[in-house]
Design a protein around this ligand. Structure first.
Ligand SMILES: Cc1cc2nc3c(=O)[nH]c(=O)nc-3n(C[C@H](O)[C@H](O)[C@H](O)COP(=O)(O)O)c2cc1C
Length: 196
């Protein structure tokens, strides 16, 4: 199994990236193969101008295709996820997350926008075909603090939630997919009939 960490903050020193890396370290301690994308490292021009064929976009898209599991991390910006993460997700193929398990993470200045993971990011991940989107983890800036040495550390309650999330992520991604015949098929919008 391979896991791809996607860091969606434009900032070089990033609490979001620290939260994401805390997940990455837990996975690597369990000898899980971990790959990484920092969206801020992709060509800004390619992101802004939706250059689907740019080498940095193609390489990142290939990393997504190769992963079984994605951990997608974003800061909350204006009550939603970051713009750079959106322009990156916009450049992926429509079914880029088909069959994949996704763990969403976010950091925010206050707890007020913790639902942004669910009302903003989750529908986009769903539209890209994610098989299973795990419950997200939201940390406030007060829960991702600087040590005297200048590194970010996560608060114990967040660390505990990350432990649980990694456990769930490994369990869910190894769970066999239910046979299609046992599930409802999606209904094309044109075939939806109202009763009024
Ligand atoms: C442009 C901008 C918009 C922000 N909007 C919000 C917001 O709406 N709600 C919130 O809780 N925090 C907001 N914040 C605070 C960031 O989400 C928070 O500081 C986050 O941890 C930054 O993550 P980073 O260090 O990975 O960039 C905003 C920060 C910036 C720079």
């Amino acid at each position: 199994m391979s896991v791809l960490l996607i860091a969606g903050s434009p900032s070089e020193r990033s609490r979001t990236a620290a939260l994401l890396e805390a997940v990455g370290q837990r996975l690597e301690n369990l000898r899980v193969s971990v790959d990484r994308i920092r969206v801020r490292d992709l060509s800004p021009q390619a992101l802004l101008l939706a250059d689907f064929g740019h080498p940095s976009v193609l390489a990142a898209s290939a990393q997504v295709a190769a992963a079984d599991v994605l951990v997608v991390a974003t800061p909350v910006y204006k009550a939603a996820y970051s713009g750079v993460l959106k322009v990156f997700l916009d450049l992926l193929p429509q079914t880029a997350l088909k069959g994949k398990t996704v763990l969403p993470l976010a950091t925010g200045g206050s707890p007020h926008h913790m639902l942004a993971l669910d009302y903003a990011l989750r529908p986009v991940l769903q539209s890209l075909g994610a098989k299973h989107i795990l419950p997200g983890i939201y940390a406030t800036d007060a829960q991702v603090t600087l040590t005297p040495e200048g590194a970010y550390q996560v608060a114990p309650d967040i660390a505990e939630r990350l432990d649980d999330a990694v456990h769930l992520l490994l369990t869910e991604s190894l769970r066999p997919r239910a046979p299609v015949s046992g599930r409802f098929e999606p209904v094309p919008f044109a075939q939806v009939r109202c009763s009024v």
